[in-house]
Design a protein around this ligand. Structure first.
Ligand SMILES: Cc1ncc(C[n+]2csc(CCOP(=O)(O)OP(=O)(O)O)c2C)c(N)n1
Ligand code: SF4
Length: 301
Protein backbone atom coordinates (compact mmCIF):
# COMPACT_ATOMS: atom_id res chain seq x y z
CA UNK A 1 0.00 0.00 0.00
CA UNK A 2 1.27 3.46 -0.92
CA UNK A 3 2.80 5.41 1.99
CA UNK A 4 1.37 8.85 2.76
CA UNK A 5 4.78 10.40 2.00
CA UNK A 6 4.69 8.88 -1.50
CA UNK A 7 1.35 10.45 -2.50
CA UNK A 8 1.72 13.16 -5.18
CA UNK A 9 2.16 16.56 -3.49
CA UNK A 10 0.11 18.57 -5.99
CA UNK A 11 -3.35 19.54 -4.73
CA UNK A 12 -6.38 19.70 -7.04
CA UNK A 13 -8.96 20.37 -4.29
CA UNK A 14 -8.15 23.98 -3.49
CA UNK A 15 -8.00 25.75 -0.15
CA UNK A 16 -10.84 28.02 0.94
CA UNK A 17 -13.59 26.19 -0.97
CA UNK A 18 -17.15 26.21 0.31
CA UNK A 19 -17.27 22.74 1.93
CA UNK A 20 -18.34 22.40 5.58
CA UNK A 21 -15.60 21.82 8.14
CA UNK A 22 -14.87 18.10 8.39
CA UNK A 23 -16.39 17.28 4.98
CA UNK A 24 -15.33 13.73 4.08
CA UNK A 25 -16.37 14.30 0.46
CA UNK A 26 -13.39 16.64 0.14
CA UNK A 27 -11.03 14.05 1.65
CA UNK A 28 -12.14 11.49 -0.93
CA UNK A 29 -12.05 13.95 -3.83
CA UNK A 30 -8.57 15.13 -2.83
CA UNK A 31 -7.11 11.61 -2.98
CA UNK A 32 -9.01 10.70 -6.16
CA UNK A 33 -7.43 13.64 -7.97
CA UNK A 34 -3.97 12.82 -6.66
CA UNK A 35 -4.42 9.51 -8.54
CA UNK A 36 -5.49 11.24 -11.77
CA UNK A 37 -2.74 13.89 -11.55
CA UNK A 38 -4.76 16.44 -13.47
CA UNK A 39 -5.45 14.52 -16.69
CA UNK A 40 -9.21 14.34 -16.17
CA UNK A 41 -12.46 16.12 -16.92
CA UNK A 42 -14.85 15.94 -13.98
CA UNK A 43 -18.60 15.93 -14.50
CA UNK A 44 -20.70 17.04 -11.52
CA UNK A 45 -24.50 17.00 -11.27
CA UNK A 46 -26.35 19.12 -8.70
CA UNK A 47 -24.97 18.11 -5.28
CA UNK A 48 -22.71 19.42 -2.50
CA UNK A 49 -19.66 19.07 -4.74
CA UNK A 50 -21.16 21.40 -7.36
CA UNK A 51 -21.66 24.08 -4.71
CA UNK A 52 -18.24 23.57 -3.15
CA UNK A 53 -16.52 23.83 -6.49
CA UNK A 54 -18.44 26.58 -8.25
CA UNK A 55 -19.10 29.72 -6.25
CA UNK A 56 -18.74 32.12 -9.19
CA UNK A 57 -16.32 33.76 -10.06
CA UNK A 58 -13.97 31.37 -8.26
CA UNK A 59 -13.45 27.62 -8.48
CA UNK A 60 -12.65 25.16 -5.71
CA UNK A 61 -11.01 22.59 -8.00
CA UNK A 62 -7.83 22.81 -10.05
CA UNK A 63 -9.10 20.67 -12.94
CA UNK A 64 -11.69 21.19 -15.73
CA UNK A 65 -15.22 20.66 -14.43
CA UNK A 66 -18.48 20.38 -16.34
CA UNK A 67 -21.59 20.98 -14.23
CA UNK A 68 -24.58 19.11 -15.58
CA UNK A 69 -28.26 18.61 -14.75
CA UNK A 70 -29.12 16.36 -11.80
CA UNK A 71 -30.33 13.44 -13.92
CA UNK A 72 -27.82 13.68 -16.76
CA UNK A 73 -24.32 12.69 -15.54
CA UNK A 74 -24.06 9.41 -17.46
CA UNK A 75 -25.28 10.96 -20.72
CA UNK A 76 -22.90 13.89 -20.25
CA UNK A 77 -20.00 11.48 -19.74
CA UNK A 78 -20.80 9.67 -23.00
CA UNK A 79 -20.86 13.04 -24.81
CA UNK A 80 -17.57 14.21 -23.30
CA UNK A 81 -15.88 10.92 -24.16
CA UNK A 82 -17.10 11.20 -27.79
CA UNK A 83 -15.79 14.80 -27.99
CA UNK A 84 -12.39 13.81 -26.59
CA UNK A 85 -12.17 10.98 -29.11
CA UNK A 86 -13.00 13.36 -31.97
CA UNK A 87 -10.23 15.68 -30.77
CA UNK A 88 -7.69 12.84 -30.50
CA UNK A 89 -7.48 13.24 -26.71
CA UNK A 90 -8.64 9.79 -25.71
CA UNK A 91 -6.00 9.49 -23.00
CA UNK A 92 -7.85 12.12 -20.91
CA UNK A 93 -9.97 10.47 -18.21
CA UNK A 94 -13.67 11.25 -17.80
CA UNK A 95 -15.02 11.05 -14.27
CA UNK A 96 -18.51 11.64 -12.90
CA UNK A 97 -18.55 12.69 -9.23
CA UNK A 98 -22.16 12.44 -8.03
CA UNK A 99 -23.98 12.20 -4.70
CA UNK A 100 -26.26 9.32 -3.75
CA UNK A 101 -29.39 11.31 -4.65
CA UNK A 102 -27.94 11.91 -8.12
CA UNK A 103 -27.00 8.23 -8.44
CA UNK A 104 -29.39 5.94 -6.55
CA UNK A 105 -32.47 7.96 -7.52
CA UNK A 106 -32.34 10.74 -10.05
CA UNK A 107 -29.41 9.82 -12.30
CA UNK A 108 -29.84 6.06 -12.41
CA UNK A 109 -31.26 5.90 -15.93
CA UNK A 110 -28.40 7.95 -17.43
CA UNK A 111 -25.87 5.87 -15.48
CA UNK A 112 -27.45 2.68 -16.83
CA UNK A 113 -27.43 4.02 -20.39
CA UNK A 114 -23.76 5.04 -20.30
CA UNK A 115 -22.74 1.62 -18.92
CA UNK A 116 -24.79 -0.16 -21.57
CA UNK A 117 -23.04 1.95 -24.25
CA UNK A 118 -19.75 0.80 -22.70
CA UNK A 119 -18.60 4.41 -22.38
CA UNK A 120 -15.01 4.61 -21.21
CA UNK A 121 -15.40 6.59 -17.98
CA UNK A 122 -15.40 6.32 -14.21
CA UNK A 123 -18.64 6.94 -12.33
CA UNK A 124 -18.07 7.81 -8.68
CA UNK A 125 -20.94 7.86 -6.22
CA UNK A 126 -19.91 9.65 -3.02
CA UNK A 127 -22.53 8.29 -0.71
CA UNK A 128 -23.44 10.46 2.28
CA UNK A 129 -26.76 8.63 2.40
CA UNK A 130 -28.94 11.72 2.04
CA UNK A 131 -29.72 14.75 -0.11
CA UNK A 132 -27.34 16.93 1.92
CA UNK A 133 -27.06 20.05 -0.14
CA UNK A 134 -30.78 20.85 -0.04
CA UNK A 135 -31.19 20.25 3.68
CA UNK A 136 -31.07 16.51 4.47
CA UNK A 137 -33.96 14.84 2.68
CA UNK A 138 -34.05 11.02 2.52
CA UNK A 139 -32.65 9.32 -0.58
CA UNK A 140 -32.70 5.73 -1.84
CA UNK A 141 -29.37 5.36 -0.01
CA UNK A 142 -30.63 6.48 3.40
CA UNK A 143 -30.42 3.52 5.79
CA UNK A 144 -33.15 1.99 7.89
CA UNK A 145 -34.11 4.09 10.97
CA UNK A 146 -31.98 7.12 10.03
CA UNK A 147 -33.66 10.47 10.71
CA UNK A 148 -33.78 13.03 7.93
CA UNK A 149 -35.98 16.09 7.51
CA UNK A 150 -38.43 13.93 5.51
CA UNK A 151 -38.14 10.90 7.84
CA UNK A 152 -38.04 12.66 11.21
CA UNK A 153 -39.36 9.45 12.86
CA UNK A 154 -36.56 7.35 11.24
CA UNK A 155 -36.65 5.88 7.74
CA UNK A 156 -38.81 2.78 7.51
CA UNK A 157 -37.14 1.21 4.47
CA UNK A 158 -33.56 -0.03 4.01
CA UNK A 159 -31.31 1.39 1.30
CA UNK A 160 -31.29 0.22 -2.30
CA UNK A 161 -28.58 -2.34 -3.11
CA UNK A 162 -27.11 -0.17 -5.83
CA UNK A 163 -23.86 -2.12 -6.23
CA UNK A 164 -25.82 -5.12 -7.45
CA UNK A 165 -27.70 -2.99 -9.98
CA UNK A 166 -24.40 -1.61 -11.27
CA UNK A 167 -22.88 -5.12 -11.34
CA UNK A 168 -25.70 -6.23 -13.65
CA UNK A 169 -24.16 -3.86 -16.23
CA UNK A 170 -20.92 -5.88 -16.10
CA UNK A 171 -18.57 -2.93 -15.53
CA UNK A 172 -14.89 -3.26 -16.39
CA UNK A 173 -14.04 -2.25 -12.82
CA UNK A 174 -16.12 -1.85 -9.67
CA UNK A 175 -15.10 -1.10 -6.10
CA UNK A 176 -16.25 0.28 -2.80
CA UNK A 177 -14.08 2.71 -0.84
CA UNK A 178 -14.28 4.80 2.29
CA UNK A 179 -12.96 8.31 2.95
CA UNK A 180 -11.45 7.04 6.23
CA UNK A 181 -9.04 4.85 4.20
CA UNK A 182 -7.54 7.42 1.79
CA UNK A 183 -4.52 5.35 0.73
CA UNK A 184 -6.76 2.46 -0.30
CA UNK A 185 -9.00 4.94 -2.11
CA UNK A 186 -6.01 6.43 -3.94
CA UNK A 187 -4.86 2.99 -5.08
CA UNK A 188 -8.33 2.07 -6.35
CA UNK A 189 -8.44 5.24 -8.44
CA UNK A 190 -4.97 4.48 -9.79
CA UNK A 191 -6.15 1.02 -10.85
CA UNK A 192 -9.36 2.37 -12.39
CA UNK A 193 -7.30 4.84 -14.40
CA UNK A 194 -5.52 1.99 -16.19
CA UNK A 195 -8.70 0.11 -17.18
CA UNK A 196 -10.75 1.03 -20.26
CA UNK A 197 -14.55 0.82 -20.26
CA UNK A 198 -17.29 1.74 -17.76
CA UNK A 199 -16.08 1.76 -14.15
CA UNK A 200 -17.81 2.43 -10.84
CA UNK A 201 -16.46 3.39 -7.40
CA UNK A 202 -18.87 3.72 -4.49
CA UNK A 203 -17.46 5.71 -1.55
CA UNK A 204 -18.75 5.84 2.01
CA UNK A 205 -18.83 9.53 3.04
CA UNK A 206 -19.81 10.51 6.60
CA UNK A 207 -21.41 13.98 6.59
CA UNK A 208 -21.27 15.92 9.90
CA UNK A 209 -24.02 18.29 8.84
CA UNK A 210 -26.60 15.69 7.81
CA UNK A 211 -25.66 12.89 10.22
CA UNK A 212 -25.36 15.26 13.14
CA UNK A 213 -22.01 14.42 14.75
CA UNK A 214 -19.03 16.56 15.86
CA UNK A 215 -16.86 17.41 12.83
CA UNK A 216 -13.75 15.74 14.24
CA UNK A 217 -15.39 12.29 14.29
CA UNK A 218 -15.57 11.72 10.51
CA UNK A 219 -12.65 9.30 10.30
CA UNK A 220 -13.70 7.42 13.46
CA UNK A 221 -17.22 6.94 12.08
CA UNK A 222 -15.85 5.85 8.69
CA UNK A 223 -13.65 3.22 10.35
CA UNK A 224 -16.42 2.05 12.66
CA UNK A 225 -18.59 1.49 9.58
CA UNK A 226 -16.06 -1.10 8.42
CA UNK A 227 -15.31 -2.58 11.86
CA UNK A 228 -19.01 -3.17 12.58
CA UNK A 229 -19.48 -4.77 9.14
CA UNK A 230 -21.82 -1.95 8.13
CA UNK A 231 -19.71 -0.93 5.10
CA UNK A 232 -17.98 -3.67 3.14
CA UNK A 233 -14.74 -2.92 1.30
CA UNK A 234 -14.32 -4.90 -1.92
CA UNK A 235 -13.12 -4.66 -5.48
CA UNK A 236 -13.95 -6.39 -8.74
CA UNK A 237 -11.78 -6.31 -11.85
CA UNK A 238 -13.95 -7.82 -14.57
CA UNK A 239 -15.35 -10.95 -12.89
CA UNK A 240 -12.60 -11.25 -10.32
CA UNK A 241 -13.94 -10.35 -6.87
CA UNK A 242 -11.69 -9.51 -3.93
CA UNK A 243 -12.88 -8.77 -0.41
CA UNK A 244 -10.77 -5.87 0.93
CA UNK A 245 -8.25 -6.61 3.68
CA UNK A 246 -10.03 -3.99 5.82
CA UNK A 247 -13.27 -6.02 5.69
CA UNK A 248 -11.88 -9.56 5.56
CA UNK A 249 -11.33 -9.76 9.30
CA UNK A 250 -14.93 -8.69 9.93
CA UNK A 251 -16.48 -11.30 7.63
CA UNK A 252 -17.14 -13.39 10.74
CA UNK A 253 -20.00 -11.57 12.58
CA UNK A 254 -18.50 -12.64 15.93
CA UNK A 255 -15.40 -10.52 15.18
CA UNK A 256 -17.35 -7.33 14.41
CA UNK A 257 -17.76 -4.46 16.85
CA UNK A 258 -21.38 -4.00 18.00
CA UNK A 259 -23.33 -1.81 15.57
CA UNK A 260 -24.27 0.44 18.49
CA UNK A 261 -20.73 1.85 18.52
CA UNK A 262 -21.31 3.19 15.00
CA UNK A 263 -24.90 4.32 15.61
CA UNK A 264 -24.55 6.11 18.90
CA UNK A 265 -22.04 8.70 17.61
CA UNK A 266 -24.62 10.02 15.13
CA UNK A 267 -27.57 12.24 16.00
CA UNK A 268 -29.55 10.80 13.07
CA UNK A 269 -29.89 7.54 15.02
CA UNK A 270 -30.60 9.15 18.41
CA UNK A 271 -34.17 7.83 18.49
CA UNK A 272 -32.71 4.31 18.73
CA UNK A 273 -31.28 5.26 22.13
CA UNK A 274 -33.70 7.83 23.53
CA UNK A 275 -35.81 7.86 25.60
CA UNK A 276 -34.62 4.26 25.97
CA UNK A 277 -32.59 1.83 23.91
CA UNK A 278 -34.65 0.17 21.16
CA UNK A 279 -33.11 -3.33 21.23
CA UNK A 280 -35.51 -4.62 18.57
CA UNK A 281 -34.64 -2.01 15.95
CA UNK A 282 -30.91 -2.26 16.65
CA UNK A 283 -31.14 -6.06 16.19
CA UNK A 284 -33.03 -5.53 12.92
CA UNK A 285 -30.27 -3.26 11.69
CA UNK A 286 -27.66 -5.85 12.62
CA UNK A 287 -29.63 -8.55 10.79
CA UNK A 288 -29.87 -6.34 7.73
CA UNK A 289 -26.10 -5.87 7.70
CA UNK A 290 -25.67 -9.65 7.64
CA UNK A 291 -28.25 -9.89 4.84
CA UNK A 292 -26.13 -7.47 2.78
CA UNK A 293 -22.98 -9.52 3.41
CA UNK A 294 -24.79 -12.72 2.39
CA UNK A 295 -26.14 -11.22 -0.84
CA UNK A 296 -22.77 -9.72 -1.78
CA UNK A 297 -20.81 -12.93 -1.24
CA UNK A 298 -23.50 -15.10 -2.84
CA UNK A 299 -23.51 -12.89 -5.93
CA UNK A 300 -19.79 -12.47 -6.45
CA UNK A 301 -18.08 -15.57 -5.06
C1 LIG B 1 -34.02 18.16 -11.35
C2 LIG B 1 -33.57 18.76 -10.05
N1 LIG B 1 -34.27 18.48 -8.93
C3 LIG B 1 -33.88 19.01 -7.74
C4 LIG B 1 -32.78 19.82 -7.68
C5 LIG B 1 -32.39 20.42 -6.34
N2 LIG B 1 -31.21 19.78 -5.78
C6 LIG B 1 -29.98 20.27 -5.99
S1 LIG B 1 -28.80 19.41 -5.21
C7 LIG B 1 -29.93 18.38 -4.53
C8 LIG B 1 -29.50 17.31 -3.56
C9 LIG B 1 -28.41 16.44 -4.05
O1 LIG B 1 -28.30 15.29 -3.26
P1 LIG B 1 -27.16 14.23 -3.50
O2 LIG B 1 -27.12 13.83 -4.91
O3 LIG B 1 -27.34 13.14 -2.52
O4 LIG B 1 -25.81 15.03 -3.20
P2 LIG B 1 -25.40 15.79 -1.82
O5 LIG B 1 -26.18 17.06 -1.79
O6 LIG B 1 -25.73 14.90 -0.69
O7 LIG B 1 -23.96 16.04 -1.99
C10 LIG B 1 -31.22 18.69 -4.93
C11 LIG B 1 -32.45 18.00 -4.52
C12 LIG B 1 -32.08 20.09 -8.87
N3 LIG B 1 -30.98 20.87 -8.87
N4 LIG B 1 -32.49 19.56 -10.04
S1 SF4 C 1 -23.30 18.94 3.78
FE1 SF4 C 1 -21.97 17.17 4.17
S2 SF4 C 1 -21.24 16.44 2.15
FE2 SF4 C 1 -22.10 18.53 1.92
S3 SF4 C 1 -20.32 19.93 2.06
FE3 SF4 C 1 -21.22 19.76 4.13
S4 SF4 C 1 -20.13 18.04 5.13
FE4 SF4 C 1 -19.73 17.93 2.91
Amino acid sequence: MVAIRDLPLKEYVLKGNAACAGCQDMVALRHAHKAFEGNVIQIVPACCTSVVQSLFPRTGLGIPVLNTAFMASGATASGVRAALRAKGKDDTQVMVWAGDGGTFDIGIQALSGAFERRTDFLYVCYNNQVYSNTGTQRSGATPLYAQTTTTWYGKQEPEKLLDLIVAAHEPAYQATANAAYPRDLYEKFKRAKEIRGPKFIHIFIPCPQAWNYPVELGVEIGKLAVETGYWIMWERIGDEFKLGTQSKRFQDPAKRKPIEEFLKLQGRFSRLFKPKKDEKKIAELEAYIQHRWDILLRTFT
